[in-house]
Design a protein around this ligand. Structure first.
Ligand code: HEC
Ligand code: HEC
Length: 682
């Protein structure tokens, strides 16, 4: 039977192997041959691939008996390139001889390739291709004396056009995948409020991590029933996120959200300011003063997480519901004249829409569901505004089996702290339980909390925040009209006697020679006596896990000793300072007035209450309302407005205990008054 090349193309792999084994080496071919690659032998897909390869990449070989070699005809135009030595030799694949096409001495790119061919029918060779010792493909060669066929010109044109299209498309995809452009800011303050720390980048196969901008703005419009107040048109205001007065909350970002264009998609994510920027108002109806570095007193992250989780489980989280909403918002964006000084994302183009429709929206939903189900062991509705559970989420994300965790670990709700004056806090045991003495590591662990890992962390950007927090970021002064300076002066000695040893000086440096050295150390839980849930939530095992994280990213100490400026290599990317402690930290009290409610769990609304014995402190009050009480020093926590806008804090709930820290509680009323006055000046 005479076999033709097309017969071979419909054979299966094992049929081809049998044919090869049963065939002679045959004479060394001469002149021009037509080649067909055979991949996925016998499948329609393989045949399609063969045609594509012929048109685009490889058309055959030209054997040159006088020089004992061959050249391949490659590319859509059949350029004569890539030489191989031709000889008869022993086949690797089957017993006996074959014609060997050896590239090892003749070509750099193809040096690992070795072909063997045998004559399977008159004028028709079957070949196998080796890459090193591995057989990777098969091909056929037919003599092709007639030269170019009738269709050659057409095929070449198709080849050239297709290849060009592929190259341009490939370049576009490559550029798009490499796309990584944070929105940047000239001022450190704006960078703190809106700058990206890298959380939007995502790693490897995640296709980015942040929430695509257009989905972010569409979600509250699409799911108003899951908003705490059900009100559309005001973005995420219901969660206590802060929109600056000149921003349109329907389309612009609140403080604490950053934007970065990754892989051709504008994405948003949280940054430091979402938890470390708050507001204060002198009276209801007055404008809110936005204070950078203060605890985010109104922001309810637990409620926001609940919203995102509920939206993701809703069947309407799908492209045919979301895309129309996105288009509506894009039209709104065109109608409004938003400030051109700020980056405003472009509406989705046709390709973006296709990506959103077929992958983006489903992928986002999947990511949100994964995240919320991993964190489902916590009841985030127990957080309330200005509080989060700091160390239980990392446990879950590090793969701790939280369903088996002891009961006492499971509530770690902590009041958000202020982050000013970091320079003076270096070396102090901080975080509420004092579990880390390094400012860099506290920043870094926070940055990881914003979704950035060593591979995605934008070091320059985090360092810019860190540098600004180092000593430039400062708490604003307590409004002068509400301070009685004389009374405050009388409070100073009271402070020196009862508080100074643990809390240090009013101003930096907090530590001074002879102060007993207790600032920035830990007071044992038995002595301080405050609620122990947050302390117990941080475990020795977590410290071990954190300190062994990212072991592949050690800062090279020898290299870094003389090169503090080499951020790429020397910024710490792994932890070594996390420790389990057995109490709470004696922290400096800078900007104290804006840190209410007080204590690590925010269980005491005002300084006045903190100086009362525990049984006199309020049992139930409201937090998250930003009108200030200049008398008692803290936010207004009672009355109809606080109830309406705030969140009901019940000190009898797990982790919310308001006992302990009884320092100064037995002072005479006039001394307390003087002490409070003095504390206003911090
Ligand atoms: C999700 C909210 C959240 C975000 C976002 C966040 N932090 Fe924090 N941060 C906290 C909480 C909560 C604590 C207190 C942790 C504890 O001890 O329980 C804290 C503590 C800190 C501390 C230590 C404060 C002290 O004196 O004990 C620093 C410094 C800090 N954060 C810096 C940052 C930086 C820098 C970023 C951005 C890269 C950031 N944080 C992002 C919630 C956040
Ligand atoms: C023995 C050390 C010690 C002494 C003395 C001490 N404190 Fe404290 N203080 C602490 C610790 C520890 C905490 C954190 C406790 C917690 O959050 O559970 C704290 C927390 C505070 C807070 C809350 C800070 C915040 O950001 O919420 C205030 C306010 C405070 N102390 C004021 C005082 C005053 C006023 C005195 C003197 C009358 C005083 N402390 C005496 C150890 C001390």
């Amino acid at each position: 039977m005479i076999l033709l090349a097309k017969d071979l193309r419909s054979m299966s792999g094992s049929e081809l192997d049998t044919l090869f084994r049963g065939s002679p080496a045959g004479p060394i071919p001469v002149g021009r041959t037509r080649g067909t690659a055979i991949l996925f032998a016998g499948s329609w897909f393989g045949r399609l691939l063969s045609v594509m390869i012929r048109v685009l990449f490889w058309k055959g070989k030209i054997f040159r008996p006088q020089s004992g070699d061959l050249k391949n005809r490659v590319g859509p135009l059949g350029w004569r390139l890539i030489r191989a030595a031709v000889s008869e030799g022993d086949s690797w694949f089957a017993d006996g001889p074959a014609v060997i096409l050896d590239y090892s001495q003749t070509s750099f790119l193809a040096r690992k390739i070795r072909d063997e061919i045998r004559l399977v029918s008159p004028g028709l060779y079957l070949g196998v291709v080796y890459w090193g010792k591995r057989r990777i493909a098969r091909f056929t060669l037919e003599s092709d004396d007639q030269g170019e066929g009738r269709l050659a010109g057409f095929t070449k044109a198709v080849g050239v056009v297709t290849l060009a299209t592929l190259l341009i498309g490939g370049a576009y995809v490559a550029i798009r995948l490499a796309d990584d452009r944070p929105v940047t800011y000239a001022l450190d303050e704006d960078h703190f409020k809106y700058g990206s720390t890298g959380g939007e980048r995502g790693f490897g196969k995640q296709l980015g991590f942040g929430i695509p901008y257009w989905m972010w703005v569409a979600l509250p419009e699409l799911f108003p029933e899951y908003l705490p107040d059900g009100q559309t048109g005001v973005g995420y205001r219901a969660f206590g996120m802060i929109y600056e007065p000149d921003r349109d909350p329907r389309l612009e970002l609140p403080i604490g959200m950053s934007m970065r264009r990754v892989q051709g998609i504008d994405r948003v994510y949280f940054n430091c300011a979402v938890c470390h920027t708050g507001t204060v108002r002198a009276a209801p109806g007055e404008p809110a003063e936005i204070v950078l570095g203060m605890p985010a007193n109104t922001f309810d992250l637990g409620a926001l997480a609940g919203f995102l989780g509920r939206a993701a489980t809703d069947w309407r989280f799908r492209s045919d519901r979301m895309l129309p909403k996105i288009e509506e918002l894009a039209r709104l964006q065109q109608e409004l004249t938003l400030s051109g000084d700020r980056y405003q994302p472009q509406p989705l183009d046709a390709l973006d829409r296709a990506i959103f429709r077929y992958v983006g929206i489903a992928l986002m939903r999947e990511q949100l569901l994964t995240l919320t189900s991993r964190l489902a062991f916590m009841d985030m509705t127990t957080w309330g505004p200005g509080r989060v559970d700091t160390f239980n989420p990392p446990k879950a994300l590090l793969g701790f089996p939280m369903e088996k965790a002891p009961e006492r670990e499971l509530v770690g709700n902590a009041d958000l702290p202020s982050v000013w004056n970091q320079r003076w806090k270096q070396g102090m045991q901080l975080h509420w339980d004092g579990n880390n003495t390094s400012v860099d590591e506290r920043n870094l662990s926070a940055a990881f909390g914003t979704g950035a890992t060593p591979t995605t962390l934008d070091k320059d950007k985090v360092l810019r925040v860190a540098a600004w927090l180092w000593d430039k970021a400062q708490p604003p002064d307590f409004p002068e009209p509400f301070i009685d300076r004389e009374l405050a002066a009388r409070g100073k000695p009271v402070y020196q006697q009862y508080c100074w040893s643990c809390h240090g000086n009013r101003e930096p440096p907090y530590r001074t020679e002879g102060d007993g050295g207790l600032v920035g150390t830990v007071t044992p839980i038995a002595e301080i006596g405050t609620d122990r849930a947050r302390l117990d939530s941080y475990t020795r095992l977590l410290a071990v896990a954190q300190n062994s994280l990212y072991a592949g990213f050690p800062a090279d100490e020898a290299h870094c000793r003389d090169r503090p400026g080499d951020l790429e290599r020397c910024y710490p990317a792994r932890f070594s300072h996390f420790r389990k402690t057995y109490g709470y930290a004696n922290l400096p009290l800078d900007g104290l007035w804006l840190r209410a409610p007080y204590l690590h769990n925010g269980s005491v609304p005002t300084l006045y209450d903190l100086l009362e014995p525990a049984e006199n402190r309020p049992e139930v009050f409201h937090i998250g309302y930003d009108v200030y009480d200049y008398q008692d020093v803290g936010f207004v926590s009672f009355g109809p407005d606080a109830e309406r806008q705030g969140w009901r804090y019940d000190t009898r709930e797990r982790g919310n205990g308001n006992g302990g820290h009884d320092y100064g509680t037995l002072l005479a009323p006039d001394l307390k008054e003087a002490l409070i006055e003095y504390l206003k000046t911090f």
